[in-house]
Design a protein around this ligand. Structure first.
Ligand code: 5GP
Ligand code: MN
Length: 338
């Protein structure tokens, strides 16, 4: 089998071709992904921007919360608009990437979305929100994996910048090729992109070698505060807001800590909850193998995947921690008292 047969699966060919044709047929695009961009959302915006530039399309990128600090090595070819009122032209078509549900595009955009036609490309499960076309494939590791097939169908040029953008989403959404979604197709696409000038080891170095001393100290503090319960099967950590300030950290500096807790041998579920604002807490859950934390997060108004899920709780940090603890134990049939 040829490498490209694996990298660009035939199962996606028709949907990718339809999305490619739609992108070539229309113009005046607003390109957006889910709010609070992660690596895949950001690199999907970047890859789409590079593609639309190649095709001489008019477009604007929209990200209401701006660009994440921990991806400051990523440079976009055009400015990113944080409000729709600042756009230099009236967009006609929305390209919605990696956004799951409509609400995750942010309040401002989801309010006016019905006035725009929409091309939707995503690996989150759902019916799709494209009024022109939807290319939804939950089996894909990242949205950039799908974009690779779309760009190929549109005869785009896989320049080193395009290849790096697509590779970044693959790297981040597979946890550096460690999660179960790192399939033969993913490795084949990574190899293809590497052959076109992407450099996965440099991307990983930039992603991973970016710690501040404050972050190191914060992780020390959080590690001290991890509570192990249920004979070590449950690891919990609750972080008050003022601790971030104390160590000169931002909320992004806590990213990865919930996975770090899960690395403890005995741990089956790790739970990290941090105070985001007064009486607003953000929680993250991680689990091993067939332990389903998505069900727990969903029951608390959040969502995600079986082994990685999260959500927001509008209550004090102490109450949020107790609610999470009880919900986890109840769902897994563990006694909440031990
Ligand atoms: P994290 O814990 O890294 O923020 O998110 C883990 C997973 O849960 C991701 O797939 C993310 O999309 C999902 N997730 C996190 N917060 C929410 C939420 O508030 N609602 C929904 N539906 N999913 C969430
Ligand atoms: Mn994604």
């Amino acid at each position: 089998m040829l490498l490209t047969d694996l990298a660009f699966p035939s199962a996606w060919q028709n949907q990718a071709a339809r999305a490619a044709q739609a992108l070539l047929d229309h113009d005046s695009y607003l390109v957006a992904a889910h709010v609070r961009l992660d690596g895949d959302a950001l690199s999907s915006l970047l890859a789409m921007a590079l593609f639309l530039e190649q095709k001489n399309k008019r477009f604007a990128l929209f990200a209401p919360f701006g660009l994440p600090d921990n991806y400051d090595f990523v440079s976009l070819p055009v400015p990113v608009y944080r409000t729709l009122s600042a756009l230099p032209f009236e967009p006609r078509t929305l390209v919605a990437l990696d956004c799951g549900v409509r609400g995750r595009l942010g309040e401002e955009l989801s309010r006016i979305m019905d006035d725009l036609s929409c091309i939707n490309i995503d690996h989150h499960p759902g019916p799709g929100m494209g009024t022109i076309t939807s290319f939804i494939a939950p089996e894909a590791a990242s949205t950039t994996q799908l974009l690779a097939s779309v760009l190929r169908a549109a005869n785009a040029s896989f320049t080193p910048d395009v290849a790096n953008a697509l590779a970044l989403g693959l790297v981040t959404d597979t946890g550096g090729f460690r999660h179960a979604n790192a399939t033969p197709e993913v490795f084949a696409l990574a190899a293809f992109l590497e052959s076109r000038g992407a450099c996965v080891h440099k991307l990983r170095e930039r992603l991973e070698k970016n710690w501040t001393v404050g972050r190191l100290k914060l992780w020390g503090y959080m590690s001290e505060r991890v509570e192990l319960e249920q004979d070590g099967r449950l690891a919990m950590c609750a972080l008050p807001l003022d601790c971030l300030e104390k160590y000169g950290c931002k909320s992004e500096d806590t990213e990865g800590f919930v996975e770090h807790m899960r690395e403890v041998r005995s741990v089956m579920v790790s739970c990290f909850v941090r105070e985001q604002n007064l009486d607003v807490c953000k929680f993250s859950l991680r689990s091993v193998e067939d332990v389903d934390v998505n069900a727990i997060a969903t029951s608390l108004g959040g969502g995600g995947h079986r082994n990685a899920a999260g959500g927001t709780l509008v209550m004090s940090l102490d109450r949020a921690r107790e609610l999470l603890r009880r919900s986890i134990c109840q769902s897994l049939g563990w006694s909440a008292k031990s």
